[in-house]
Design a protein around this ligand. Structure first.
Ligand code: HEM
Length: 497
């Protein structure tokens, strides 16, 4: 879940400082690893991109952007290649579904996700996720998978709809809104109701969202490499985590004492049991809730904002999405439930296409624990040794012309029955929600909340983008840069049946 994605908030010079530092770490670990080197592998290493001595491809990345450099090297070197940063830091990229199978299917003992995401420990706390051994993490992911399965998701639709209707009822007849901010607010209300429960929703909305903001906002690119550096943001994060743990422990204790049932994710995590019968502890429940919020809030907010911006910038796609809502209303009246949301194919494909163009995990990373041999699309065999960092660049894979026709064009219909370019492209052609051993466990929940919000806006407002179409924030980030300002005017799209 802890992909390198859009929480990052960092400018070029920091990137350089960080890469210097990580190189030092790698040199140290290489020297110590040299003593226990694995038996020599027989095939060549993947081709390495040219670059200036020591600094490698850094200048090109700073001028053109990482994705552009990856595209160039893919054209030059093929589907498997290595980029060098500051001498010893090397990352090997696998471009395209033909070379991605091992990346997504390998076990933790072969390719480790846990080694890459240790930086989340100070956010979620000890006892959960990447702070625990692989078996315990698997069990905790089993709890997630259980809470987030379709049968369990149904009960969240009504509360989601109530929150969305109440929130946008406060918009007047017409006005201009900072779209991303509005979506963040409504997602927080949904999360407090569906994840955290009524104690937070009813009594603590003045402090919990602010604390959660400090907890998640303490994550910057520098946190990936130095999660415990005493920066002001890290200090705020640590304080917020301590306060939130106190608040949630009190709620959990009180729920356990009273024995009352609640229909939210916190309750399910309280009631979950490990295979040996051990119940979850208060700090585990709290850490897992942080994990779900970290994985789901920012991602959904950014995805909704990009989807709205793209629809408003493509009138014919917007019309198709509005017509679909119109049809839904003719068929079902103004009611929305889980099954009706599932029927919204045009909206679904618009979001999916948005996430193809703006994947929130433009780079998924793993560390090689067991060396392996990989055959490139071009037919060359390469040895990828233990200790290497490997990457699946979703930002490149999603734009391959061999898979997607006119890949830079926003065309939700490419996923329609009869075309389904991602399916035709084969497994791992579309990985905006991960794949294989680590698929996004919250995909269904994310689509539900995104569709509830967007369908409400399509039904009730005429929207217009008044700021320029946004650019992605920076080279590691896919969030829209600056404010996305939207003018709205209330309307009755609805043709009652
Ligand atoms: C638009 C919204 C979202 C996007 C684009 C997204 C994307 C992803 C991606 C790409 C991964 C795989 C990361 C990797 O392999 O390194 C992932 C994993 C995960 N996501 Fe999401 N996600 C979204 C929303 C959510 C939500 C709402 C939740 C929970 C409520 C969630 C929970 C998870 C979890 C638990 C994992 C970890 C799976 C594992 O490590 O085995 N996600 N997500």
């Amino acid at each position: 879940m802890m992909h390198i994605m859009d929480h990052t908030n960092i400018a070029g010079p920091w990137f350089t400082v960080i890469l210097v530092s990580i190189t030092v770490i790698i040199i140290v670990s290489k020297v110590s690893r040299a003593r226990t080197a694995s038996p020599k592998m027989r095939r060549p290493s993947p081709p390495v991109a040219d670059g200036a001595p020591f600094i490698g491809v850094i200048p090109a990345i700073l001028t053109k952007g990482l994705l552009a450099v990856l595209f160039d090297q893919h054209l030059k070197l093929g589907s498997v290649f290595t980029l060098r940063f500051f001498g010893l830091l090397k990352v090997t990229f696998f471009v395209g579904p033909e070379v991605s199978s091992h990346f997504f299917r390998a076990n933790e003992s072969e390719l480790s996700i846990g080694d890459m995401y240790k930086f989340t420990v100070p956010i979620f706390g000890e006892g959960v996720e990447y702070a625990v051994d692989h078996d315990t993490r698997n069990e905790q992911h089993r709890f997630y998978a259980e809470i987030l399965r379709p049968a369990k998701l149904r009960c969240h639709v009504e509360p989601m709809i109530c929150e969305v209707e109440d929130y946008f009822a406060k918009w007047g007849e017409c006005g201009t809104a900072d779209f991303r901010h509005e979506v963040d607010c409504v997602l927080m209300l949904i999360a407090s109701r569906c994840l955290l429960g009524k104690e937070v929703r009813e009594n603590m909305m003045d402090k919990v969202p602010k604390l959660l903001h400090d907890l998640m906002g303490g994550f910057h690119l520098i946190s990936v490499f130095f999660p415990y550096l005493p920066t002001p943001a890290h200090r705020r994060r640590d304080k917020a985590r301590a306060k939130l743990r106190e608040i949630f422990s009190r709620i959990i204790k009180s729920r356990k004492r009273s024995g009352q049932f609640a229909d939210d994710m916190m309750q399910f995590l309280i009631d979950s049991r490990y295979k040996d019968g051990r119940p979850t502890t208060e700090s585990e429940v709290t850490g897992m809730l942080f994990g779900l919020l970290f994985a789901g809030q920012h991602t959904s907010s950014v995805a909704i904002t990009w989807t709205a911006a793209l629809l408003l910038n493509h009138r014919e796609c917007l019309r198709a999405a509005e017509e679909e809502q119109d049809q839904m209303v003719r068929k079902h009246g103004s009611r929305i439930d889980y099954d009706i949301l599932m029927e919204m194919g045009v909206l679904h494909r618009s979001i999916k296409e948005t996430l193809r163009l703006h994947p929130l995990a433009p780079m998924m990373l793993r560390r090689v624990r067991t060396g392996f041999t990989l055959r490139s699309k071009e037919g060359c065999e390469y040895d990828i040794p233990k200790g290497h960092i490997v990457a699946s660049p979703g930002g490149v894979n999603n734009l391959l012309p061999s898979i997607y026709k006119d890949p830079h064009v926003f065309d939700p219909d490419r996923f329609s029955p009869g075309r389904e370019e991602d399916r035709v492209g084969g497994d791992f052609a579309y990985t905006s929600f991960g794949a294989g051993k680590h698929p996004c466990l919250g995909e269904g929940y994310a689509y539900l909340q995104m569709k509830v919000i967007l369908s409400h806006l399509l039904r009730n407002f005429e929207l217009e983008l008044v700021s320029p179409f946004p650019k992605p924030e920076n080279m590691m980030s896919m969030a829209p840069q600056g404010k996305v300002l939207v003018r709205y005017k209330r309307r009755q799209l609805i043709h009652h049946a």
